[in-house]
Ligand binder design. Structure first.
Ligand code: ZN
Length: 327
């Protein structure tokens, strides 16, 4: 009998990433499809089911090879595997687990997408070996996942680990998608960083590469800010200093409560590498209880876009192996 495979699925607003993954967490075959959001996202589970069949076919395999599906979806997840609300998919009280189990005839485990990315990094990435970690994803928004003793923290109604919505600017902060204002997401996401850079430009007349670029192109990306800082641009460095102040403070306060072994920074913004990590570590230490600071290592995520599917596979392995008959 050939070794069984796990199916990891990372469901995003634009694409669905999928992979067949070994029990050791190695990707055997991966692919992606567009997210079909027509009619309030009702076709999404059917498309996932049909593409699994199709790939099995192409690889000359049958469904017997598969143990089950672990899927990460945006939005808070209820204990029955339904999604409370996923605005960008058009879902509201959507019974994802039930529908996907019916469509695929496989057991399914559902988790929040930021949480499975955290699990992926814990299993095979930058958090490997750690049982207590904080993962923060700095992308268009800021996502988070907290793992304590190897278990994802869900909280009472599935909203645990929402690091992006820690209040960083308590007064007169920028409005956030969640309805609050001044969230970490408004100052540490790619969008937040470019907004801070624009604010800095408007408040000074300092010469800067960012200003030259903005006058030509009327736009500033987070990457531009990091690149300019790397080249010694003073205004860009001040923007980054502001970003790492907020991020370092939020992570320090979380760490003071959790005493983690690793803090994994992922997402597009983390590609800045040491330009982000260096000043971030300095800020973090300032606000962290010394013994907590000794125990915690801040690292850049290593799995990139694969963190979600690998975390999904871990979920399938941990939660579904007893539900399906592994021979
Ligand atoms: Zn928010």
């Amino acid at each position: 009998m050939d070794a069984k495979w796990l199916v990891g699925v990372d469901l995003g607003g634009t694409t669905i990433k999928m992979a067949f993954i070994s029990l050791n967490g190695d990707i055997i075959y991966s692919w992606e499809i567009d997210t079909d959001k027509r009619e309030s996202g009702r076709y999404i589970p059917t498309r996932i089911a049909s593409t699994i069949d199709q790939k099995l076919n192409e690889l000359n395999q049958t469904k017997n090879r598969l143990i089950g599906i672990g899927i990460g979806a945006p939005g808070p997840v209820n204990v029955d595997g339904s999604i409370e609300v996923a605005v960008n998919l058009g879902w509201r009280k959507f019974p994802l687990q039930a529908i996907l189990e019916r469509e695929t005839s496989l057991p399914v485990a559902v988790e929040n997408d930021a949480n499975i990315a955290a699990i992926g990094e814990m299993w095979k990435g930058a958090g490997k070996g750690a049982k207590n970690l904080i993962c923060v994803t700095l992308g268009t928004g800021v996502g988070g996942g907290i793992i304590v003793n190897g278990e994802i923290v869900h909280g009472v109604n599935g909203a645990g680990g929402e690091i992006g919505h820690i209040t960083s600017v308590p007064r007169n902060g920028s409005p956030c998608n969640c309805g609050k204002s001044g969230c970490l997401e408004t100052v540490a996401s790619a969008t937040g960083i470019s907004r801070l850079a624009l604010e800095k430009l408007a408040s000074t007349n300092d010469i800067s590469k960012i200003r030259d670029y903005y006058e030509k192109h009327q736009t500033i990306s987070a990457k531009l800010v990091f690149d300019a800082a790397n080249e010694g641009d003073e205004l860009a460095k001040r923007v980054i200093q502001q970003v790492v102040y907020h991020l370092g403070l939020a992570l320090a306060n979380l760490a003071n409560g959790l005493n983690p072994e690793k803090i994994v920074i992922g997402g597009g913004v983390s590609k800045a590498g040491d330009t982000l990590l260096g000043p971030l570590k300095e800020e973090f230490v300032l606000y962290t209880f010394p013994r907590v600071a000794q125990g915690a290592e801040i690292v850049i995520a290593t799995l990139g876009n694969n963190a979600g599917v690998i975390g999904g596979a871990w979920l399938a392995k941990e939660r579904l192996i007893n539900k399906s008959e592994v021979k």
